[in-house]
Ligand binder design. Structure first.
Ligand SMILES: Nc1nc2c(c(=O)[nH]1)N[C@H]1C(S)=C(S)[C@@H](COP(=O)(O)O)O[C@H]1N2
Ligand SMILES: [Mo]
Length: 332
């Protein structure tokens, strides 16, 4: 396929809602985050197809019409940007919870008959151009092949409507439970390979340093794949005035790849924590938590929430993209 013309070239970020504005369980499409590195390729559905190649016995491509005729599934999932690859430890809370519709990548791959030795799925978008000082032929990401059967999709709709151009029209990858950067928009090619791809978005960017027990970098890195446990307080909103002796509900959303198992809330600057009620995980959606608090004294307070997973992972106080979310409030 010829290179697609690029609209809006260069890095782009739209982040409409702050945590206290995430009142809806399903984020409306006009309120979702939009992020890309190189621009928006202009693709025509009639010339578009996605090819599957590499370590497969029967390489082939699928047109949009062919995808649309196949059995489709809906998945509600947290869709989160991990933050800027130039400042990966900074929490940005670019989060949404949306419904994707598409076909299961596992079904498409089965048709192409993966060969033994295939371990990684490379996904290529039609966008190309310059990301800061790096010239990129395409946006290429990867994921482990053994993740695919869970629920990886080639999606053509978000919240029940065809993808907008900026969200990856006509079709994109969606890797539920992984950070958004792995869900390649404007998908044109899937390649099965023995090893990880060598491009800038899998080697130079989106690789977290692994630290030893003392917090020192070991020199090894880990791809930014799985979403770490995280939570945000939606209500009360920052700087809200509350009344002494009146019960307030502190509520918000929690999520993690694999689901959150517990959320705690602190109202005293993290000296003590009380356990919130938490919805059970459902699909890949975020989970509502709530705790009741009756402030006993006037003053300023800082509220925090902390999510945990069944295997004991949690949110650090600072220095990581999933660091604790804190909300100052006033009690009168
Ligand atoms: N082809 C392509 N896919 C991409 C990107 C990109 O630059 N090019 N950006 C990624 C990043 S960093 C994020 S957070 C999500 C954002 O998806 P959205 O704009 O649909 O919310 O797309 C990912 N997929
Ligand atoms: Mo992102």
């Amino acid at each position: 396929m010829a290179r697609a013309p690029i609209d809006q070239s260069g890095p782009f970020l739209r982040h409409p809602l702050q945590p206290h504005q995430l009142l809806e369980r399903v984020t409306r499409t006009e309120d979702t985050i939009v992020l890309h590195h190189l621009g928006v390729p202009r693709l025509h559905p009639n010339d578009w197809s996605v090819s599957i190649d590499g370590l497969v016995r029967r390489p082939r491509s699928f047109t949009l019409a062919e995808l649309m005729q196949r059995p489709r599934v809906d998945i509600i999932a947290v869709h989160q940007c991990c933050g800027s690859p130039l400042d990966p430890d900074k929490p940005t809370r670019r989060i949404t919870n949306v419904v994707w519709t598409g076909v299961r990548l596992a079904d498409l791959l089965a048709e192409c008959q993966p060969e033994r030795g295939a371990s990684f799925v490379w996904s290529t978008g039609a966008d190309h151009g310059n990301f800061f000082d790096v010239e990129c032929e395409a946006f290429v990401k990867d994921l482990p092949l053994d993740r695919v059967p869970q629920d990886v999709l080639v999606a053509f709709a978000m919240n029940g409507a065809p993808l907008r151009a900026e969200n990856g029209y006509p079709a994109r990858l969606v890797v539920p439970g992984f950070y958004g950067t792995n869900s390649v928009k404007w998908l044109t090619r899937i390649t099965l390979a023995r090893e990880r791809p060598g491009g800038p978005f899998t080697t130079r960017y989106y690789c977290d340093p692994i630290r030893d027990a003392a917090g020192q970098p070991t020199g090894d890195t880990r791809p930014v794949w799985s979403i770490a446990p995280e939570s945000v307080i939606v209500s009360p909103a920052p700087d809200k005035t509350l009344s002494v002796g009146e019960a307030v509900e502190i509520w918000g959303w929690a999520w993690a790849d694999g689901g959150a198992s517990e959320v705690e809330v602190s109202t005293d600057g993290e000296s003590s924590w009380l356990r919130a009620t938490l919805e059970a995980p459902s699909g890949r959606a975020w989970q509502r938590f709530a705790a009741s608090w009756r402030p006993g004294r006037r003053g300023t307070y800082e509220l925090s929430s902390r999510a945990r997973t069944r295997d004991g992972r949690s949110q650090p106080a600072s220095g990581a993209r999933n660091a604790l979310h804190r909300v100052p409030v006033i009690v009168n």
